[in-house]
Design a protein around this ligand. Structure first.
Ligand code: SF4
Ligand code: SF4
Length: 320
């Protein structure tokens, strides 16, 4: 039995009744850790990165997603809404539903009648036991591939009780656990989560404090302090850098992140090319997408960034 499993089995049994707010579960994920994995995405994040690839994960409460391009104007939804938040607009040939987001309480009544899938609730109240049961169905695949479960978000530390008990429950059933985190959490919170995690995927966006504040909405001192603490404690960790063209991928910025990674004693770094496919999701929540002009880096550009990291003595992986 691996050391971490021994540690987990020595702890109190996980509380399967703890409730959390789930965004989604992605089965058979091939990124976010080794082998075949189930990625569990929680809702709620203290950061508001302009490039976020799941902006519907940021708020800590359920919200209605509306994909207007899927609306066929059937007009079934307005009469279901107790808040009169949906009205039809346009001519009978070109009618679409229009959502008053301020009036919507995310009750979900309209979703049941929308057979095109234009309306969907993001945020499902679940227990640890519910999610454990769902991911455990794929345990044979995890075992045969060296995979497991990756808890992501949003920011899992934002729902500490749920995240802790879920990770512990997985470990106590012999399922490998990875935690993808922004690192923006109190030290005791992130350390407790790390203690029930086999692999920490630690996002670092900027070393420069002003740039971090400007692009993510929060300072980075806590994130970098936690990075030092977790690395010093000997946790298995990967620093992952979402490389955003023209935002944080200048050579000096990548060099500073690589140097910090080496300084805390980690031997490798993961560079993630910018994912430009997320733009459509911003329309689902009526939020402006500020990076619509930004494109994904080509192979040469990513290789040049990788060389910068290698010069700092790191092994480099490009892509998750
Ligand atoms: S039920 Fe769906 S498809 Fe019909 S009008 Fe409402 S949003 Fe559009
Ligand atoms: S989720 Fe509820 S409140 Fe919001 S638009 Fe639909 S029916 Fe109305």
């Amino acid at each position: 039995m691996a050391l971490r499993e021994q540690h987990a089995s020595a702890l109190e049994p996980a509380d399967l009744s703890v409730r959390g707010l789930l965004l989604d579960i992605d089965r058979f994920a091939s990124h976010d850790g080794p082998g075949i994995r189930s990625s569990v995405y929680l809702k709620g994040c203290p950061l508001s990165c302009a490039w976020c690839h799941s902006p519907e994960s940021q708020l800590s409460h359920p919200e209605l997603l509306y994909q207007s391009e899927r609306c066929n104007g059937c007009a079934l939804c307005p009469s279901t809404c107790p808040e009169s938040a949906l009205v039809m607009s346009g001519t009978s040939e070109s009618a679409v539903a229009v959502l008053d987001r301020a009036a919507c309480t995310a009750c979900g009544e309209c979703v049941d009648v929308c057979y095109t899938g234009a309306l969907k609730i993001a945020g499902d109240g679940v227990t640890v036991g519910d999610v454990l049961e769902r991911v455990a169905r794929d345990a044979p695949y995890f075992k045969s591939s060296g995979g497991g479960v990756t808890l992501s978000g949003g920011e899992p530390a934002r729902q500490f009780d749920f995240s802790y008990n879920f990770l512990l429950a997985c470990q106590q059933r012999g399922i490998h656990t990875a935690l993808e985190t922004t690192g923006y959490a109190r030290r005791e919170v992130i350390s407790a989560l790390a203690d029930v995690t086999d692999l920490i995927l630690y996002d670092v966006k900027f070393i420069d404090p002003a740039e971090h504040q400007r692009h993510t909405g929060v300072p980075n001192a806590l994130i970098l302090d936690n990075l030092r603490v977790l690395a010093a404690a000997g946790h298995d960790m990967q620093v992952r850098v979402p490389c955003i063209s023209g935002v944080n991928d200048a050579p000096d910025q990548i060099r500073a992140t690589a140097a910090m990674t080496a300084e805390v004693g980690l031997g490798s770094i993961v560079l993630l090319p910018y994912n430009s496919a997320a733009g459509a999701k911003y329309e689902w929540i009526d939020s402006p997408f500020e990076l619509s002009h930004v494109t994904t880096q080509d192979e040469d550009a990513m290789n040049a960034l990788a060389d910068i990291c290698r010069a700092e003595g790191l092994e480099v992986q490009i892509g998750g």
